[in-house]
Design a protein around this ligand. Structure first.
Ligand code: SAM
Length: 562
């Protein structure tokens, strides 16, 4: 089942970060785990084939290998099968370095999502080593908790800082063609090394030695020499405080390019944010996006689990936490997610990972016991589940989504969280749904597909996958969905339009254009539902990463007069 779900989530052009989050946590239902993680390897066939060849080339190296007989998943011409084959365990290469390089290859060339491959992936160790072996030609000892944390830091950081790291690497290559023609694995090894030295400030010479060793063993001795040469230049420049730096000079476009390199974002985003926020705010936003994200957990009232009980469990686990000042059921954690997972809190449905910014959208809907609510773009269900938990067993949330796989995830999570008696799922296209459905609702939520520009700190790779052309396409879809959702609202009822974007063209502009097409709707200020710090001048809800240290989100409450 999760095999096909993952295919569907992955097929989506713009998978929503929340969708990925819920999908990811479902992977921890043990039965699903192995198949789901194996699924991640499908697109990496080519990479693996290349690596096998490379391994043959480098097999003359005198390595410290140990033979073991563990079970590995192998992939051959379109089908998975399990077979026993001896693994070559290399004891010289640190596991976190090998795993980081392979994860980066899978994210960049295999289409895997960065947030499906983070520290929470513990438990997938066998598969992880399978990928390492197929890509590098050997495996390492298993990852321990410390290694996993390092992998999370290195993979997330290297992806975020990719543009800046490539700028440095290119500057230190004696010939630009060397950079252009560099083989993918070699480039990943250099990026990792540069990130460790420049951003993590790790001990330089140890990092150089380790990365040289990895390049030699996974590729060939010449590759190791190249890593050695380039990285030693970097160390020298770092020690003398003379790293190359793009100059903030020239016209707007040239300055945007320099900022984009310095803060490692696409140029089009820098130009857009400079236009809407001004340079200072744009820089603060990029700094936020480059920081290690923190998470919040929502205690699941639907299962009778309170925030105090969640807090006791976190104290027992020695996970530092902070109570959310905005939402009664939420707790913030910045480290310790691995312990939360290992303790089974998510698997048992006792709590969910949900950002407060998303929780506040539910506050804007204001679900009350007895309500009948329709959630128009519901999957994978973050907001549906929170709304359902607020009903105290009385009322109903109808959850529509066009994506069958993600809707199935919602259904399964509803069951796990004992909320399935107050949630009905409908697989349909919202744009045609009102034609065949004549029921009207008091409360309608449209959490529209969007660019996700408010959640870039959590989705390390999203900035590189999102294109400026996507914005026009998204905006017309948002208009169509708003028109359809408006047909489901009872006279006197409320339509909440929300996104996890900070872009005014997806937010305020969509609402303004909707109000022009639908004079029967008026803005209802959200002041009664969220604290004043989240209230915009026009009466909308807006959470800003820079101002509130939460993900970016937007919501408008629109009342139907007739
Ligand atoms: C932003 S995500 C929803 C996230 C969800 N509300 C949550 O909190 O977990 C947008 C969803 O819209 C769905 N969607 C996109 N186009 C749709 C359409 N025409 N009809 C129904 N759902 C659609 C996508 O499948 C996706 O699951």
């Amino acid at each position: 089942m999760p095999f096909s779900l993952f295919k569907k989530v992955k097929k989506q052009k713009n998978p929503h970060p929340n969708c990925l989050c819920v999908f990811f946590f479902l992977l921890f239902i043990p039965l699903n785990l192995t198949i789901s993680m194996a699924m991640l390897s499908l697109p990496s066939i080519q990479v693996c084939c290349l690596a096998e060849k490379r391994h043959k080339d480098s097999s003359t190296n005198s390595l410290k290998f140990k033979e073991s007989n563990s079970r590995t998943t192998n992939y051959r011409k379109g089908s998975f099968h399990q077979e026993r084959k001896p693994q070559k365990v290399n004891l010289e290469i640190s596991p976190h370095r090998a795993v980081s390089a392979v994860r980066l290859m899978r994210i960049e060339f295999g289409g895997a999502f960065a947030d499906l491959l983070n520290e929470k992936g513990k438990g997938s160790g066998d598969n992880e080593m399978g990928y390492v072996e197929r890509t590098l030609g050997f495996c390492t000892r298993d990852l321990d908790d410390r290694d996993l944390r390092l992998v999370t830091d290195i993979v997330g950081g290297t992806i975020r800082w990719r543009k800046y790291l490539d700028y440095l690497i290119l500057s230190l290559c004696h010939d630009p063609h060397v950079f252009d023609r560099m083989e993918p694995l070699l480039l990943q090894i250099l990026r990792i090394g540069f990130y460790e030295i420049v951003k993590l400030e790790s001990p330089s010479y140890a990092v150089v030695d380790e990365n040289v060793k990895l390049a030699k063993i996974a590729l060939r001795p010449g590759a190791g020499n190249m890593v050695n040469g380039i990285m030693r230049k970097l160390v020298l420049l770092k020690e003398t405080n003379s790293l190359p730096s793009p100059q903030l000079e020239g016209d707007d476009r040239a300055q945007a390019r320099a900022l984009a390199t310095l803060y490692s974002h696409p140029v089009w985003m820098v130009r857009r944010w400079t236009k809407y926020l001004g340079r200072e705010e744009a820089v603060k936003l990029m700094v936020w996006n480059n920081n290690h994200p923190s998470f919040s957990l929502r205690a699941n009232r639907g299962k009778g689990f309170t925030r105090s009980e969640l807090v006791s469990r976190l104290e027992t686990l020695k996970v530092p936490y902070e109570l959310s000042p905005h939402l009664d059921d939420f707790v913030r954690i910045s480290i310790g997610m691995q312990s939360v997972i290992q303790d089974g809190l998510l698997k048992e449905g006792l709590c969910s990972v949900q950002d407060e910014s998303a929780g506040l959208v539910v506050s804007v809907v204001d679900p009350q016991p007895g309500d009948t609510i329709i959630d128009c773009c519901a999957a994978p269900g973050g907001k549906t589940l929170f709304m359902a938990a607020c009903l105290n067993g009385k009322g109903m949330v109808t959850a529509i989504d066009i994506n069958k796989g993600r809707l199935r995830i919602l259904k399964e999570t509803a069951k796990l969280q004992q909320l399935d008696d107050v949630i009905t799922t409908v697989h349909d296209d919202l744009r045609t749904f009102p034609e065949n459905n004549h029921e009207a609702y008091e409360k309608v939520l449209l959490d529209a597909p969007c660019s996700g520009l408010g959640v870039l700190s959590k989705r390390a790779d999203l900035r590189w996958n999102r294109k400026s052309e996507d914005m026009e396409e998204l905006k017309s879809l948002q208009d169509e969905l708003l028109d359809a959702a408006s047909m489901l609202v009872k006279p006197g009822g409320v339509l909440v339009y929300s996104t996890c974007s900070i872009d005014p063209e997806e937010n305020e502009e969509r609402v303004a254009s909707f109000l022009l097409r639908h004079p029967e709707y008026n803005i209802d200020s959200v002041e009664r539902y969220v604290s004043p710090e989240f209230l915009t001048e026009q009466g909308y809800y807006f959470s800003s990463p820079v101002k509130h240290s939460l993900d970016g989100a937007f919501a408008a409450r629109l009342i139907r007069n007739s």
